[in-house]
Design a protein. Structure first.
Ligand code: HEC
Length: 156
């Protein structure tokens, strides 16, 4: 079964279409088709996550919209929880460093840091009482994105 999954991942990874640079910062990117490759699926989830954290810093914090911050944090946490599953062995891509699979435990631990920081932000935003703590938690969350990107993402 493991071999089958790895083989499938390799198949889909080689059929990846070029990424559309122009849509990288789009907030309304269309959901990928059900049969989209695993790489297309993870890129889509990363774009959603990127849009969510941007909305926190550019809109919701200024508006004291803590419910919207909690929602964005939940989206980010839910993605971080399953992120490693979207990087099966062999699913190489122009945006992902091969080092991911050389030390997958470290990659998983960086995804777990991201999930934890997002859940901390979610809890503080749901409580909605301490804006200073919410700002600090949002910044900390951003730091966990950056920590993984520095090691494992090839910025195009
Ligand atoms: C555990 C590692 C890890 C964490 C944590 C992580 N990323 Fe990434 N991110 C990646 C990798 C690897 C890629 C490249 C994926 C690919 O192209 O196959 C990527 C790609 C992206 C992209 C580019 C998608 C595109 O258009 O090609 C965005 C945007 C992004 N991440 C945002 C975020 C944000 C925002 C966070 C935090 C909330 C975050 N990421 C957390 C590893 C991570």
């Amino acid at each position: 079964m493991r071999f089958l999954i790895a083989g499938l991942a390799m198949l889909v990874a080689t059929s990846v279409a070029a990424h559309d640079e122009t849509s990288t910062h789009s907030h309304d990117s269309v959901a990928p088709a059900a049969d989209a490759s695993i790489v297309d699926k993870r890129v889509h989830r990363f774009k959603q996550s990127g849009a969510a954290i941007q909305s926190v810093f550019k809109e919701h914090l200024g508006a004291d919209d803590f419910a919207a911050i909690a929602e964005a944090a939940t989206l980010i946490a839910d993605w971080a929880d399953v992120m490693p599953d979207y990087f099966p062995a062999g699913s190489t891509s122009p945006g992902a460093r091969d080092e991911i699979w050389a030390d997958f435990d470290d990659f998983k631990s960086k995804a777990a840091d991201n999930a934890k920081a997002a859940r901390d932000l979610q809890q503080l935003a749901l409580a909605g009482t301490d804006k200073g703590a919410i700002v600090a938690a949002a910044k900390k969350l951003g730091g966990t994105c950056k920590a993984c990107h520095q090691s494992y993402r090839i910025k195009k």
